[in-house]
Design a protein around this ligand. Structure first.
Ligand code: NAD
Length: 497
């Protein structure tokens, strides 16, 4: 057997061995069982159970929050440089265990191994390393005051305290790493909760956090139902901020609950992102990018470009090219698959329901639809003859379904903007044209948090990312993301006395 294969097999054995033990919670540096028994984890490529996970209670959350509160003093006693070093070490460890984490994330979510390796794990490591740098770069300012007098005025940035980080199932590892390392860089301590159905990589992350030398209690991981563990985090009086990524429905409830006690919260929620393609665009580049912008991760991406507006002059050829691209994507559980399954049977039935509702309302199914058999697979789907009022155009599907609408030379840019902005959501958008004034006019007018010109969806640790309208509030990534874990305090000194 060659060395590469032996290493691969050894990694697989390690992952299998990790999954033979029930996954437990990390509280105050110790691995503990939850008070609400266990549940099975289901492999979405087969529908079969592959591991067991403990389920936490309100009391488990309380213990985790108290541990994080105690550890706050320890964490903040370290110099910013030392905190940066420990977060950086975590990023290195994620790199070093990339193959193992990718295998685990692939099992955890069903996504193809190559995608887990190239996107999820690589992004998680990059994010930890990028966020580590902020630990030494968060500063206040001195200010010149408007009032007359002999003043020295300044601001300082202080960590909020204990942060509750709540993560969904579509990219469990990078989102857990992003929220955790941004909060740590700001000097906060963390109680982290993965989605109940995808906790595996978060638990392994907890082991790496301890291995990196991050002190006990600085990061705690609680496992269990959103309605129990998540609610308890949101209600806990010691939690200073909730950093939530998930559905708009749950995000709204969390926002309301936080408002009642003035708890800070950032909400990264759903999307229904427009993609606008003009005839002068580089279509050879646009076709695969637009296709993967909606079909990547089987459409389970908050910023997925799900509403395509294509100019009438290229409509037929562009839709045919997207459909051809979609039809050659390999959907399945094999190592060389391009797309994996949806996360659960419930999610699959939801996606099929949206496709059916589109057909009922008069849309044409160009390609895609159900794949029968074990696992929760749906083929990448393109639908034309759709109009703005259809349910499948208005609501987030969170599946591989592209709804195509057209515009033409008679459509003014303001009309096009009105159509693209005709959505409750406002997360991201992409525009494909070589005309700089068209591109910038649309970029300025689109009601979203991020606009990509001649490129598809992508999240970069350096760039603020977040939504407007029902896509949420607050930003993650970049200094804006880290600053949201701090409070500004103003200090004024009267020098005349
Ligand atoms: P979800 O809202 O059902 O769950 C997200 C997390 O919240 C899970 O950990 C869940 O256990 C927890 N939760 C559920 N109910 C809760 C409650 N009452 N109190 C506290 N926590 C609770 O979302 P999901 O189905 O896991 O994820 C899919 C959604 O996430 C989609 O709408 C998608 O658009 C969104 N998302 C947004 C972004 C973004 O950055 N904007 C990124 C990824 C996913």
């Amino acid at each position: 057997m060659n060395t590469e294969l032996m290493v691969k097999n050894a990694t697989q054995v390690k992952v299998d061995e990790f999954l033979t033990r029930p996954l437990r919670m990390l509280i105050d540096g110790a691995w503990v069982d939850g008070e609400h028994g266990e549940r099975e984890l289901i492999d979405p490529t087969t529908g079969a159970a592959f591991a067991r996970v403990t389920r936490g209670s309100e009391a488990n959350v309380d213990a985790a929050v108290r541990a994080a509160e105690r550890a706050g003093a320890v964490w903040r006693e370290l110099t910013p440089a030392r905190r940066a070093e420990l977060i950086h070490r975590l990023g290195e460890l994620i790199h070093e265990h990339a193959d193992e984490l990718a295998l685990l994330e692939s099992k955890n979510t069903g996504k193809p191994l190559s995608q887990a390796r190239m996107f999820d794990v690589a992004h998680a490591a990059e994010t930890a390393i990028a966020n580590s740098g902020w630990a030494t770069r968060l500063n206040g300012e001195t200010r010149d005051m408007s009032r007359p007098g002999d003043w020295h005025a300044m601001t300082i940035r202080q960590p909020l305290g204990v942060v509750g980080a709540i993560v969904p199932w579509n990219a469990p590892l990078p989102m857990a790493v992003n929220k955790t390392t941004a909060a740590l860089a700001a000097g906060c301590t963390v109680v982290l909760k993965p989605a109940e159905i995808t906790p595996a990589t978060t638990v392994r992350l907890g082991e790496l956090i301890l291995e990196a030398g991050i002190p006990a209690g600085v990061v705690n991981i609680v496992l269990g139902a959103g309605s129990v563990v998540g609610e308890a985090m949101v209600q806990h009086p010691t939690v200073a901020k909730i950093s939530f990524t998930g559905s708009t429905e749950v995000g709204v409830r969390i926002g309301q609950a936080c408002a009642a006690s003035m708890k800070k919260c950032s909400l990264e929620l759903g999307g229904k992102s427009p993609v606008i393609v003009f005839p002068d665009a580089n279509l050879a580049k646009a076709v695969p990018a637009v296709a993967m912008g909606i079909f990547g991760n089987s459409g389970q991406v908050c910023a997925a470009g799900s509403r395509l507006f294509v100019h009438q002059a290229i409509h037929e050829e562009f839709v045919a090219a997207i459909a051809q691209f979609a039809n050659q994507l390999r959907v399945g559980a094999a190592g060389d698959a391009d797309l994996g399954p949806l996360i659960s049977d419930t999610q699959k039935q939801t996606v099929l329901g949206y496709i059916e509702s589109g057909i009922q309302e008069g849309a044409t199914l160009v390609c895609g639809g159900d794949i029968t058999g074990p696992g929760y697979f749906v083929r990448p789907t393109v639908m034309t003859d759709v109009h703005a009022d259809m349910k499948m155009v208005r609501e987030e599907i969170f599946g591989p379904v592209l709804a195509v609408q057209t515009f033409d030379d008679e459509t003014s840019l303001s009309e096009l903007l009105a159509r693209a902005n005709d959505s409750d959501y406002g997360l991201s958008a992409s525009v494909w044209t070589r005309d700089i004034s068209t591109a910038l006019t649309l970029a300025r007018g689109l009601e979203v948090g991020t606009v990509r010109l001649n490129s598809a969806v992508g999240i970069d640790p350096a760039l603020p990312f977040g939504g407007v309208k029902m896509s949420g509030t607050g930003r993650e990534n970049g200094i804006e993301g880290v600053e949201q874990f701090t409070e500004i305090k103003t200090i004024v000194i009267d020098l005349s006395s």
